[in-house]
Unconditional design. Sequence first.
Length: 59
Amino acid sequence: MDDTVYICDSCGEEIIISIDLSQGSHQQFVEDCPVCCRANVIHLEVSENGAATAWAELE
């Protein structure tokens, strides 16, 4: 597993998450922010070279 970061869409904190590359190059899941507890929909894209980009929007 690798790590990447997203910015919580509610409180603006940078959150580190582990990613499971076996789940594909385009992923979407819901995760509660560990700082403000608001639910974020996390969008994750992994490029062909393995670089991951994540962003969030409030659920």
